[in-house]
Design a protein. Structure first.
Ligand SMILES: Nc1nc2c(c(=O)[nH]1)N[C@H]1C(S)=C(S)[C@@H](COP(=O)(O)O)O[C@H]1N2
Ligand SMILES: [Mo]
Length: 536
């Protein structure tokens, strides 16, 4: 083992210990109610990174990692941080000095090893401190775990480097290598051991911080909701083709997209919804106010603007909530307003055209999905659901404020990051089966879903190879705000086929074949799959 490698191990050990101390400290602070509850440097750096993600990078991340994008970010952070710590440890620490006599050693300054290495390490800690301070609602005390962690890391690095120097000196001194090797090996052992301890500490800190108990308890005693006109999903909405997207998406299979590094834990007891801005009187609603109100139920398909043609960032559910328009009417709208800026506890905002919140569509302040309280990752206790608009301009989860305002005065989270201020959902259709696998000649069922929320789907057509467009069979359409299943039975001959689908919305407009990427206002183009038909 070389001195450089020993230094690299020392650097990684110092880095992991720094994070372990910081993450455990942050978790303890959160549990003890100290600071803002957002002291974790890992979460802060990831959050700061996400907030600075330009449209093309978000596009790429979702295209590559899908809803695992946050896991991918953490893996990436671990790799970068390990590399930085290893480099500092290897280059900033003691190098094998040029051959010289024992006497020369005495000429080195007392603190012989380069202090700039420690300085660099401290700088990395400072990046963490800056990230923590940059988070919404940050408190100064939030930096304490990161600062203490960095000090522990510096001390660790200093000690391990000290051992390496002793090893070097021993090698030079007696040229026997024996004691030098032994001491270098001890650095490797110490460094490796401390890295394992540190990694366990990081896991412990992150686990400890998942204080989901309050929210779990609140969800458990949610009870049943009084709804005047419950949704009955007609059997005809489902065609039941194997592999076809189910009409209603089970809650735990619903796609999840948001900028929150950790799922916000919001206690419904302390939750408030404030209605502010261009209103005659500001309002504040409690969770109980919502439960006591006349709740309505509505089927609405949510779609993410980041969904690629054929992608699965869409889901359908029965949502229970209070129509936004009723709350806005209570507050009294002032002239000139054209937008509702909704804000989440985590700082996310969405700018929704006021009209979509006041016309007769089911724009809801939702408390339940498919008859159950919202899942924490889908916005518990309260989120917005607005038919016809992509989620990034309407579906604010963990919503705490509705500000009535103007598009020329305010903008939602994604607008300055390269996404369109307005986000009406584009007409889309998707082939669910067959997909990827080859099929046997004979009767083959092609099936999927199509959506054009708040306009509805009037027709779906399928083209096989260079054949004509054929009209697919449509399932019932309980509402124009949800997707619609379709299927087509095909007498397939052996061969290779490109199968495409296109939909016509309720206004008679045919889905465009013009290819567009998600940024800035949603993907377009016909979904096409290659199907191999095997002879029988
Ligand atoms: N607080 C918050 N709400 C949010 C977002 C977010 O990043 N933060 N993302 C929006 C986007 S882009 C979409 S597509 C929908 C997704 O909702 P889901 O995760 O419940 O499917 O939530 C919206 N609401
Ligand atoms: Mo989205």
């Amino acid at each position: 083992m070389s001195t450089r490698m020993g230094g690299a191990v020392a650097g990684i050990a110092a880095g992991t210990l720094t994070l372990a101390v910081a993450e455990i400290g942050a978790a303890l602070m959160m549990r003890g109610g100290m600071g803002s509850g957002n002291a974790s440097p890992l979460v802060a750096v990831a959050g700061a990174f996400i907030d600075r993600t330009p449209a093309w990078l978000k596009d790429f991340a979702i295209a590559t990692f899908g809803t695992q994008d946050k896991l991918a970010l953490f893996v990436g952070m671990a790799i970068v941080l390990s590399a930085v710590c290893a480099a500092i440890g290897a280059l900033g620490g003691p190098a094998k000095p040029p051959q010289k006599g024992v006497g020369d050693q005495q000429n080195l300054p007392k603190n012989g090893w380069p202090t700039w290495g420690l300085g660099l390490f401290a700088l990395v800690g400072l990046v963490g401190v800056a990230a923590v301070l940059s988070r919404p609602d940050a408190a100064v005390i939030d930096v304490a775990p990161t600062v203490i962690g960095t000090l522990v890391g510096l001390w660790t690095l200093d000690r391990l480097w000290g051992r390496l120097r002793v090893a070097e000196a021993a090698v030079d001194h007696d040229q026997t290598m024996g004691s030098g090797q032994a001491s270098r090996r001890s650095v490797l052992l110490w460094g490796g051991g401390l890295t394992v301890v540190g990694a366990l500490g990081i896991v412990a800190g992150r686990t400890l911080s998942r204080a989901g108990e309050v929210v779990e308890a609140a969800r458990a005693k949610f009870g049943t909701l009084r709804v005047s006109d419950p949704v009955q999903v007609p059997a005809g909405a489902s065609q039941g083709v194997a592999g076809q997207t189910p009409y209603v998406t089970p809650n735990d299979e619903f796609y999840r997209i948001d900028t929150a590094v950790t799922v916000p834990q919001v206690d419904p007891q302390t939750w408030r919804l404030r209605v502010t801005g261009m209103v005659d009187r500001e309002l504040e609603l409690t969770f109980q106010d919502l439960l006591d109100a006349d709740l309505v139920e509505a089927l609405v398909t949510l779609t993410c603007v980041s969904n690629y043609v054929g992608g699965n960032l869409a889901g359908n559910g029965v949502w229970t909530g209070l129509p936004v328009r009723e709350v806005l009417a209570r507050a009294g709208l002032q002239d000139g307003a054209d937008m509702v800026l909704s804000t989440s506890v985590d700082g996310f905002t969405a700018g929704t055209p006021l009209e979509a919140m006041t016309d007769d569509r089911n724009a809801l302040i939702a408390v339940a999905q498919n008859g159950e309280p919202l899942l924490p990752e889908h916005g518990f206790p309260v989120r917005l659901v607005v038919p016809g608009l992509y989620g990034y301009v309407s579906a604010t989860k963990w919503v705490t404020e509705l500000k009535v305002t103007r598009f020329d005065q305010d903008e939602g989270y994604w607008t300055p990051r390269g996404w369109s201020a307005l986000g009406p959902i584009k007409t889309a259709s998707r082939i669910d089966v067959p997909r990827g696998e080859s099929v046997n000649a004979g009767e083959v069922v092609i099936a999927g879903v199509a959506w054009a929320q708040h306009r509805g789907i009037d027709k779906v057509e399928v083209r096989i190879g260079d054949g004509d467009w054929q009209e697919a069979q449509l399932a019932a359409e309980p509402t124009i705000d949800s997707w619609r299943q379709w299927m087509l039975t095909w007498q397939a001959e052996p061969g290779e086929y490109a199968v495409s689908v296109r939909a016509t919305d309720g206004t008679g407009e045919v889905q465009t074949d013009e290819l567009a990427n998600p940024a800035p206002d949603g993907a377009s183009g016909w979904h096409t799959v290659d199907v191999t038909v095997e002879g029988s």
